[in-house]
Design a protein around this ligand. Structure first.
Ligand code: FAD
Length: 479
């Protein structure tokens, strides 16, 4: 049995940032993840927006955390060496009812001191973003909104946590939790852990993980969402995040110019689905919205679609919960249940919040040796010729391009494997290989060969991902 001060269950954004922030204290931390890699659940599939903070009720924990998180985001990404684009956002309305919603959000934003907010006329909005529909009647401009690659951020956080002493246990699915005299005993399908405190960050399954020991007042009701990605070559892409507030109060829409240069469109909304498979209905919805909001957009440059699942928190009576839920059913046990948007924006804030609670309970002092800095994998893309020549001199594998669409070299792939990637998807998430125009049709085989060689296994033993996992023996969770 392994002993720790605190065990974090779940290696999504919340678990990774909780682990990192817990390392700021003198604590021995374990992060247990069911899958073969971190950030393969909700944190893998979302809209990637770093919200400015005008969307939530002023004075709530969610609103306060979002504004604070946004203000700190550039510094956080600099510490973790992760690209962040503060491209600003325009929330659009096309009629009086939605105009009123925008005015309300503007007021909210002002009372939360969201920097730089402006209400624009339709004409002013089109001056900023000429590709918008002529039907825009007003727009709420937020210059502090931005975007980040969510899994890149989570991977960076867990690498930094590990460098500061946290231990990561992948392929360990928590199946049982028991109370002991000293704290808790956690049983996975592989090992047993003893700890003084537990932080449950199991995403879509956080309610069920809590119910292994305590009742949960909050239950997760999942629903599905679909997205499209357009290649960076698509004509008339917006340079700001475009958000659409429909006049009929229905599902909104986002177009996000990603840090990689592609354009993310979506999401749709499908009730009661715990399934990461794309739906035709959802894709049609996203295409229709995109064609309406950005009529000149070249939808023929579609390179990929994917689906997401929202962990909607509900009370016993079925009513929905708008705030962040952090349950504390017993001393030394916390659950973050049903944290959806803006959980990416607030991952570090939520991690700090949980870490402070845990540190107070465990009476843990500051860790003076904590180093917040992490270096990412050195990317060939974007290097000048001189920089590239220097990179090749120091490591000849920088001279071999493996993924032509995204300009990813063999050196980057090998470094990703060295940092713990064991599947094709894990390499993709760490390097961006296979994520461009050809979606891996030209480079996937090369990645397989490199993985097989480095892992010392035959090529047919290398998997794309962990191919789904039974979480708690219940519903099947397939990516
Ligand atoms: C459609 C959608 C769009 C969103 N868009 C945005 C956005 O634009 N901006 C923003 O700020 N936020 C956004 N969010 C919210 C954000 O993505 C989430 O809040 C965040 O990713 C939640 O991360 P998590 O760690 O809770 O969950 P996850 O990433 O799902 O992580 C939970 C982990 O727990 C593991 N696990 C589960 N059960 C067990 C077990 N028994 N044992 C061990 N491990 C287990 C899982 O394998 C998983 O890796 C969006 C969310 C959704 C759904």
């Amino acid at each position: 049995m392994r002993g720790f001060d605190l065990v974090v269950i779940g290696g999504g954004l919340l678990g990774c940032f909780a682990a990192r922030n817990l390392c700021r204290r003198q604590l021995h931390i374990a992060l247990i993840e069911a899958r073969e890699d971190v950030c393969t659940g909700v944190s893998r599939a979302n809209t990637a927006i770093v919200y400015p903070g005008y969307d939530h009720k002023p004075g709530t924990l969610k609103a306060e955390m979002t504004v604070r998180a946004n203000a700190r985001f550039a510094e956080l990404c600099a510490e973790l060496d992760v690209p962040f684009s503060r491209c600003g956002s325009l929330m659009l309305s096309c009629g009086e009812k939605a105009d009123a919603v925008l005015r309300e959000k503007y007021k909210n934003g002002l009372s939360m001191a969201v920097p730089g907010l402006r209400l624009l006329s339709g004409e002013e909005a089109r001056e900023l973003e000429p590709s918008l529909t002529a039907g825009v009647t007003s727009a709420l401009y937020a210059p502090t909104a931005g975007t980040v690659n969510p899994w890149e951020l989570g991977i960076a956080a867990v690498e930094n946590a590990a460098a500061n002493g946290a231990e990561l246990f992948l392929n360990n699915r928590v199946l049982g939790i028991r109370k002991t005299a000293e704290g808790y005993r956690i049983e996975t399908d592989r090992e047993v852990f003893a700890c003084r405190a537990v932080l449950n960050c199991a995403g879509l399954y956080a309610d069920r993980v809590q119910e292994l020991l305590f009742p949960s007042e909050v239950h997760i009701v999942p629903d599905g969402a679909d997205y499209l990605i357009l290649d960076r070559a698509a004509a008339n892409k917006p340079t700001h995040i475009i958000q659409y507030e429909p006049e009929d109060g229905g599902k909104g829409f986002n177009a996000v110019p990603t840090v990689e240069g592609s354009l993310l469109l979506g999401p749709s909304e499908r009730a009661n689905e715990l399934d990461f498979a794309v739906s035709e209905r959802g894709i049609d919805f996203v295409r229709e919205r995109a064609a309406f909001v950005l009529p000149g957009l070249d939808l023929g440059e579609l390179i990929r679609s994917f689906a997401a699942v929202r962990p909607n928190p509900r009370r016993e009576d079925g009513s929905s919960i708008g705030s962040f839920v952090i349950e504390n059913p017993a001393p030394g046990f916390w659950s973050m249940i049903g944290i959806k948007t803006p959980g990416l924006t607030c991952a570090d804030e939520l991690g700090r919040f949980a870490a402070e609670k845990a540190a107070a309970f465990l009476n843990a002092g500051p860790n003076e040796r904590f180093d917040p800095r992490r270096r990412g994998i050195k990317k060939a893309r974007g290097m000048s010729w001189e920089q590239r020549a220097a990179a090749v001199r120091s490591d000849p594998d920088y001279g071999e391009v493996v993924c032509c669409c995204e300009d990813i070299t063999k050196a980057e792939v090998l470094e990703a494997i060295r940092r713990g990637a064991t599947t094709l998807d894990a390499v993709k998430r760490r390097t961006g290989a296979c994520m461009g125009r050809c979606q891996g049709s030209r480079c996937q085989q090369k990645l397989l060969a490199l993985l097989a060689r480095e892992l010392g296994v035959p090529e047919d033993a290398v998997t794309k991902d962990g191919a789904g996992s039974e979480v708690l023996g219940g519903g099947r969770h397939e990516d």
